[in-house]
Unconditional design. Structure first.
Length: 286
């Protein structure tokens, strides 16, 4: 305990006995404040006036256990945080219509779980706009008489439509869900949005053959490359006989990689401006 007078400490300190009693001698008369402290207990104070020649009995002082403040931070599981980010991505539509789910404007977006990768592929494949775009592609193919083995008329159009949708859905599930789950890679395009035009252009092109792994490191995009080859191989099961073969499969895979590079360039310089629900990106720290 410590004895003070006004804002000055008298320099008198004393320890109590085992029974808690104490005494101070040769105290000058006047106002005083007695401060009692002990580790683990709240500090208490008692004040009074000591008159000349007086023996002052300090009222009993009881120390209470000190109040401790414990800060508890509850962080949601990463899968839940990723789900929140996916819900925002599912609102991204070019011109408010065309799905733009496979791009994230968050530089450090949470990696997707295998379940989330398959759910995103399913929602993309089953989106009504996807069916409409497939119908347009089949119409162009029919007008140009591509895959002539399918013939013309309603039957030929139906076959082209089925083949085009199969290409799209199989490519999406293999290249954006199955293989990314196997290789632990993120199927999304991570929007750069900063730096020189040249650096952004090179970044977009490079992302046709590299991707971000679930561990946050950049790596070769085995999912995209092998996914294009696998989807092309499976297409031999339903393409006309004249449009089958290993050469065509690898040719289509190369075309697919080139198309991905072109799409990434559009993502980097054009599509962001045409996507009203896209969040403002936070530039990554250098």
């Amino acid at each position: 305990m410590r004895l003070t007078r006004g804002d000055q400490t008298l320099g008198l300190e004393v320890l109590t006995g085992e029974d808690g009693q104490f005494s101070l001698n040769d105290i000058p008369p006047g106002n005083f404040q007695l401060t009692v402290s002990s580790i683990g207990f709240a500090t208490q104070a008692s004040s009074g006036i000591l008159h000349p020649g007086e023996m002052y009995m300090v009222p009993q002082i009881a120390l209470s256990v000190a109040t401790s403040v414990t800060e508890v931070r509850v962080t949601p599981p990463l899968a839940e945080l990723a789900e929140v980010q996916i819900k925002e991505e599912e609102k991204q539509r070019v011109l408010g219509v065309i799905p733009n789910f496979y791009v994230t404007y968050i530089p450090n977006a949470i990696p997707l779980t295998p379940k989330q990768k398959f759910e995103l592929a399913w929602k993309t494949s089953m989106d009504p706009v996807s069916f409409g775009l497939t119908a347009a592609i089949a119409g162009v193919q029919q007008a140009l008489d591509q895959f002539s083995g399918y013939g013309q008329g309603a039957e030929g159009y139906g076959k082209r439509y089925g083949a085009a949708y199969a290409d799209f859905s199989i490519g999406t599930f293999i290249g954006s869900a199955a293989l990314p789950s196997l290789f632990r890679q993120d199927p999304r395009y991570f929007y750069k949005g900063s730096g020189s035009r040249r650096s952004r252009f090179l970044y977009a092109v490079a992302n046709s053959v590299i991707c971000k792994g679930d561990n946050g490191h950049w790596q070769a995009s085995y999912s995209t490359i092998l996914g294009s080859i696998a989807a092309g191989g499976i297409s031999n099961l339903y393409y006309p006989a004249n449009d089958r073969g290993a050469a065509l499969t690898f040719e289509n895979a190369a075309i697919g990689i080139g198309a991905t590079a072109a799409a990434n360039i559009l993502q980097e310089f054009v599509i962001r401006k045409l996507t009203p629900n896209a969040p403002n990106p936070t530039p990554p720290k250098p």
